[in-house]
Design a protein around this ligand. Structure first.
Ligand code: FE
Ligand code: FE
Ligand code: ZN
Length: 276
């Protein structure tokens, strides 16, 4: 059965997210670990966490996906900004051990003119300082649209980061359909070729999650503007092929489309109807 969910607000805690997910027939969900702009996280409420873990077992909520604040930049030229990214991620990884065995997704970062090579070495060095053998969370690099000086548009860049991380068994990749499309990978016209290329460069075993978004922009636009499923340039047919593709269908899919809860419910229903 299709394992699908959407991005939910974490402001009311874990149990509230679990209940919201179940209410829209989702089997998983994504959430920001804190305000997406990167402010301080609220203290974890152990009662909320244990109530959620029990609820998740009862309602068969699959692995969930935490998303780091998108303003973090581990590749920055500014040492203070890199330090902030490292501290925030260290705190996130600590907190996530209270809900063990899930995934944590982050945007690799922007090299802001230093060049991809320098950016990649900053990112890998942060990960090497943060990852510990006893962590149970899998850390995912998100494929990016390539706007500005974003690292992670080309699969090769992600491979390069993975290669430099010592505990790379703790790492994986999250494929964002809007981002790869905007980045120039034609997942609407040539899905098999794109996935073969991914397999060749990174390895499909590294792929742990999919952000399922349509795009407001044409192939290669490097813009990163998500559209509702079937309302963008990728289109419904391609979305359906993606959720049914033999290389992808076992993965969790997360909608990050411009919707409130009822809109997400409709998209989940639509995709479940089309899932083989
Ligand atoms: Fe993201
Ligand atoms: Fe995404
Ligand atoms: Zn995006």
């Amino acid at each position: 059965m299709l394992n699908i969910g959407c991005h939910l607000s974490s402001s009311k805690g874990y149990l509230a997210m679990g209940k919201a997910a179940v209410s829209i027939n989702a089997s998983t969900f994504q959430f920001f670990t804190r305000n997406p702009r990167g402010a301080r996280a609220k203290a974890l409420d152990p009662k909320d966490v244990s109530a959620f873990l029990e609820y998740a077992r009862e309602h068969r909520i699959e692995k969930i996906l935490a998303h780091a604040p998108y303003t973090l930049n581990a590749a920055s030229a500014d040492q203070g900004i890199r330090q902030f990214a490292r501290n925030t991620m260290a705190d996130d990884l600590e907190r996530l051990e209270h809900t063990p065995g899930n995934c944590y997704n982050f945007h690799p970062g922007s090299h802001v003119g230093q060049g991809t090579e320098t950016g990649i070495s900053h990112i890998a060095s942060m990960l090497n300082q943060l990852l510990r053998p006893d962590h149970t969370t899998t850390v995912l690099l998100e494929t990016m649209a390539g706007k500005g000086s974003e690292i992670g548009r080309e699969f090769e860049e992600l491979r390069e980061i993975l290669d430099r991380v010592e505990l790379s068994g703790h790492m994986g990749v999250c494929l964002d359909t809007c981002h790869v499309w905007d980045g120039g990978y034609d997942i609407a016209g040539h899905l098999d070729e794109v996935l073969n290329h991914f397999d060749h460069v990174i390895g499909l075993t590294r792929l742990k999650a999919v952000h399922l978004n349509d795009s407001q922009n044409p192939l290669g636009a490097r813009k990163d503007r998500h559209a509702k499923i079937g309302r963008g340039h990728i289109g419904l047919e391609a979305m359906v092929r993606i959720v049914n593709h033999p290389a992808l269908k076992h993965l969790p899919f997360y909608l990050e489309t411009p919707n409130e809860l009822d809109g997400y419910a409709q998209e989940i229903l639509l995709l479940r109807e089309h899932a083989g």
